[in-house]
Every structure is written in C-alpha cells, then in structure tokens.
Design a binder for this molecule. Structure first.
Ligand code: CA
Length: 400
C-alpha cells in the first residue's frame, strides 16, 4: 500500500511525526547542485565507487514533489475498516491465490528453510507491491538526494543512499533498477536499502540478491526478515475472538497472557467456543469492544515489525488467513457505512467525475482532491460531509 509507506521498516516510520516537530531548512534550487557535489564526496568517503556515485547523482534535479510528500501531514485518519477493506479485498485474495499457485514451490521452499508460514509471506508480498505489480516509480538516488539536501532526516537518508549504491557496487542490482517509494522503500518486498543490505537473500541461487526482478529472492527475503524478527515455526499469529459486553479489561499487543486467562476473563472464539491453553497472546480491540476482537501471538509481533503498525499487522494476518481459506471476520465492524474495495474506489471516482466533481486522476487512490469531491457530493445529498470513501456515498451516487 504505497500511501502507507513512509519507508520500509523501523527508522522511517516516525517520519511524519518528526517532521511536525522540526521543519527542515528549505532546500533551494540554487543550493542544490552544491549540495549534490558535496554528497557525492560523502558517499564515496563511505565506500561507494566514485564512478558509481557520479553516475547515480549527476543529473539529479531539485524535486519539490519529493519534499512536499516528505513534509505532508496526514490530514485524514483512516478508519480501520477502510484500511482493511482496501488491503484485503476479494481481488487481492483471488490474485493471491493465483500467485501462490504459480510460486507454490518457492513458497514451500521458503517455508521449509526459514520456518515461516507461506500464507503470511504471500500476504506481505501482496500488500507491499500488489504481488510485484506496483513497487514504486521514484528513482531512488535522486529521491534520496533530495531528502538529504532538503534537510529531511539527513543522516538517515544519506545512509540509505549509501546502502542503495553499495547494492549496485556489489552486483546485486543495476543502477537503473533502483525505483521505489519517494522515501526509499523498493522492490517486491519494499525493503529500504539498509534492510536490503542486512536481510536480503539470494533464494534462486544465481549469486545476486535481486528483490526487484526475482520473485524467489523477494519471497525468501521476506521469510528471512520474519525469521530474524522472531517468527516461531508452526505457531499461530492471530485468532478472532469476542469479548463480553462492556469489556473494559486489559488490551494491547504487549499485554500478553495465556489463552486460559483470557478465557477466564470471558473472552471466547468468535463463534462463542471457549479458549484455553498456555499460549501467550495479547488482546486487540481496534474498534472497541463492539467490533471484532483479536488475540495476537508472538508471530503477530514479527509481522508488526515489518511496518510498525498494528493496522498493518492486522491486514497481513487477515489476508494470510483468507489466502489459506479461512472466512472473513465473523463480527461486523461497528459502522453502518461499510468500506469500499479497490474496484469500488475506482467506480466511486468514475461516478463522481460523471456527475461533475473534479477528482483529479481516476486511479482508485483517494487523495485530497477525491476527498474534497466526496465531501461536496455528501453535502449535495444532505449527508454529513466526511470526505470518506464509504458505502453510503457510493450508493447515493449510483454505485452497486
Ligand atoms: Ca538471486
């Protein structure tokens, strides 16, 4: 999910919050070429070949767009059901089953070697790059150079630039393959370069770690990531549960207790069946006690570490379950305005456009322009203006 990615893993996740605290010194187009010259020297000093540094950074232009994205504040809090509706829709489940069949041998080999469940590996692949279809189109050396020269987490992004170029120097990738998100996540698994350097594996045995073109390398590397993040072979990651009405007991991923003690607190499986046993799990109630509840295990934490967001880990966990043939959540989300799938988001934009609202590009991505159009349409129908791509406005516009 491109919009959710301020960069692969750990260090990049706090980016938006950080930017809110310290507005970086504005990079001017004038100072940019001086900065690039100096940056070339710095990456060479850190071990990148001079020829490669020149090829990567010659021709870099000041890019207002990258800096605008880096400085953007999230203006809209996505409800958990919209986030999941987008990431775990029927199309992604169907695509996932197709891709899992095509790469069955590779997925089983990765499961065997790293002990990580293959449905989870496939779910991450599906969410990160839509099974290799959408890995980002920003040229990394230039995007990262703009972040460095724009004063955005200079040290961090300079380190990522160095790591990216070292991948080229050591022969894993070609320079012209370094395309990804504006914040440096790239390839089919959307690793940032330092993570790539640390955890990517050559799983097809050709001597290179190619997470851009090689599906086996990408899937093997995701398995290795989860293995290193503490994945426990054969254990579960999440089960849907129900809590007693008005439950106000402990919650939280880190607040782990045995299944038996959750059972004593009145927590049951989603179908009402009792739970018991010694396995340690934490209770998540992402929409409060009236929505679906989840007991999450140590393996959920490994998934969490991939993107440091519980909503993300929930999406991966659920997509993995759906790919494995388990049903949708048993308990409904506490909303009367259900989320839209990706296909419905496209259709919503088409309907808005057809009825005279300016949504910008019809791309299925609900950005500021689409939100403004949704608000205007909601007002016309006498609905509360939320700007949210939900089922109510979709149906009001004629969507099915
Ligand atoms: Ca390889």
């Amino acid at each position: 999910m491109r919009t959710a990615h301020f960069g692969r893993r750990a260090a990049a996740v706090g980016l938006v919050a950080w930017l809110g605290l310290a507005a970086p010194a504005s990079a001017s187009a004038a100072g940019f070429s001086t900065c690039i010259d100096s940056l070339k020297g710095q990456v060479v000093a850190q071990g990148v070949s001079a020829d490669l540094a020149a090829r990567a950074l010659n021709g870099a232009r000041y890019d207002e767009e990258v800096l605008r994205k880096a400085r953007a504040q999230p203006e809209f809090k996505t409800p958990i059901w919209d986030y999941l509706g987008f990431l775990v829709d029927e199309q992604r489940i169907a695509d996932g089953r197709t891709m899992m069949a095509r790469y069955d041998r590779v997925l089983r080999a990765a499961e065997e070697r790293f002990g990580v469940n293959r449905y989870v590996i496939a779910a991450i692949w599906g969410v990160e790059s839509n099974f290799g279809q959408d890995a980002g189109d920003n040229y990394l050396p230039h995007a990262l150079a703009n972040l460095v020269c724009g004063g955005v987490r200079t040290k961090f992004f300079r380190g990522e630039l160095v790591a990216a170029l070292k991948l080229v120097d050591r022969g894993d990738l070609e320079l012209n393959e370094l395309y990804g998100s504006w914040a440096g996540a790239f390839g089919q698994t959307q690793f940032i370069p330092s993570t790539y350097q640390r955890l990517a594996v050559d799983f097809d045995g050709d001597g290179r770690r190619d997470l851009v073109k090689s599906v086996p390398d990408a899937l093997g590397s995701t398995a290795n990531y989860l293995h290193k993040a503490g994945w426990r072979k054969g254990e579960s990651w999440m089960i849907e549960v129900k809590v007693p009405p008005g439950y106000n007991g402990p919650t939280g991923r880190r607040n782990k207790a045995s299944l038996s003690s959750w059972g004593q607190r009145g927590v049951t499986r989603a179908d009402g069946a009792p739970i018991s046993g010694g396995a340690q799990a934490g209770l998540l109630l992402p929409a409060g006690p009236k929505g679906p509840g989840f007991l999450v295990f140590r393996n959920f934490d490994a998934i969490y570490s991939y993107n440091q967001a519980e909503s993300y880990a929930l999406a991966i966990s659920h997509l993995a379950d759906r790919l494995a043939g388990y049903p949708a959540f048993r308990t409904a989300w506490p909303t009367d305005d259900p989320p839209l799938s990706r296909a419905q988001r496209f259709e919503l934009q088409r309907l808005l456009l057809a009825q005279g609202y300016d949504v910008g590009e019809v791309d299925g991505k609900i950005g500021p322009q689409s939100r403004a159009a949704i608000k205007a349409a909601e007002e016309r129908f006498g609905m509360k203006p939320t700007g949210r791509p939900g089922g109510k406005i979709y149906r009001a516009l004629g969507g099915r």
